[in-house]
Design a protein around this ligand. Structure first.
Ligand SMILES: CC(C)(COP(=O)(O)OP(=O)(O)OC[C@H]1O[C@@H](n2cnc3c(N)ncnc32)[C@H](O)[C@@H]1OP(=O)(O)O)[C@@H](O)C(=O)NCCC(=O)NCCS
Length: 217
């Protein structure tokens, strides 16, 4: 298994028409309206959304996007344009607010904390190809969370969806994300020069990809 000798998720649960994947430190689960405050923390950040096709969202825009995701997101991707969004909830709630002293949570249950999200969409049903994306809350970056979540979702997707290939389109100004793709074992297959007019600029894109047989070998 490329970039992941060990099993990358611990369990998954597809009951209730939902997909929930558990990793060592995260629960990947569907978005809920109660996540809005956490989503706002990173979705409103202009640096975080610089290479993502959303604006820096206001609270109302986060609510609107969450409502749409909850209403239209799937737990399986089978047909053209089917997509899933899974948020990453920290399993260890103490990590969400490190200033709490140990005894505090005996008195008060810590709230769940969402620190990022994955998306995956069917790009071509005929060719069994999906694309994937990732975002980590800035306060939780460089701790391996995006890798842990994405590797688990990729493994789950190759094992359970009818996919031969997963791709990621990455802006060439976003080398951090390209390094993530490479750590996942994805191959840079090409660079498309000025291929997108995005947020006011022409931008060049790298196409990253990995095949099922490569990921699961
Ligand atoms: C890209 C992003 C999701 C990485 O999230 P993260 O949780 O910090 O990533 P991880 O800690 O799991 O790091 C995994 C690998 O990614 C690469 N990486 C992540 N951040 C990096 C950085 N700032 N500089 C260089 N490499 C970086 C490294 O290869 C890293 O592996 P390593 O720690 O063994 O070196 C995060 O920077 C982000 O949310 N960026 C803004 C949103 C975005 O651009 N999304 C992608 C759109 S295509």
């Amino acid at each position: 298994m490329t970039g992941s000798a060990a099993k990358s998720y611990l369990t998954f649960d597809r009951s209730n028409n939902e997909l929930v994947i558990e990793t060592e430190r995260l629960i990947l689960r569907p978005m809920r309206m109660s996540d809005v405050d956490d989503l706002l923390e990173y979705q409103s950040n202009p640096e975080i959304v610089k290479y993502i096709p959303w604006p820096a969202r206001t609270r109302d825009q986060v609510i609107e996007a969450a409502e749409k995701t909850i209403a239209t997101g799937k737990f399986d991707i089978q047909d053209e344009n089917d997509y899933i969004v899974l948020v990453w909830e920290l399993k260890d709630r103490d990590l969400a607010q490190p200033n709490y002293s140990e005894g505090d949570h005996l008195l008060q249950k810590m709230p769940a904390k969402v620190i990022g999200q994955s998306n995956m969409a069917m790009r071509s049903k005929r060719d069994s190809c999906a694309d994937i994306g990732w975002v980590t809350h800035p306060a939780f970056q460089r701790q391996g969370y995006a890798f842990e979540a994405t590797r688990a979702l990729m493994q789950y997707a190759f094992e359970n969806f009818s996919l031969n290939r997963i791709i990621a389109d990455i802006d060439t100004r976003n080398p951090e994300s390209a390094a993530m793709a490479e750590k996942l074992g994805m191959r840079r297959e090409g660079e498309f020069i000025d291929s997108e007019f995005f947020k006011g600029d022409w931008c060049s894109m790298w196409l990253y990809a990995i095949l099922k047989r490569e990921f699961l070998h």
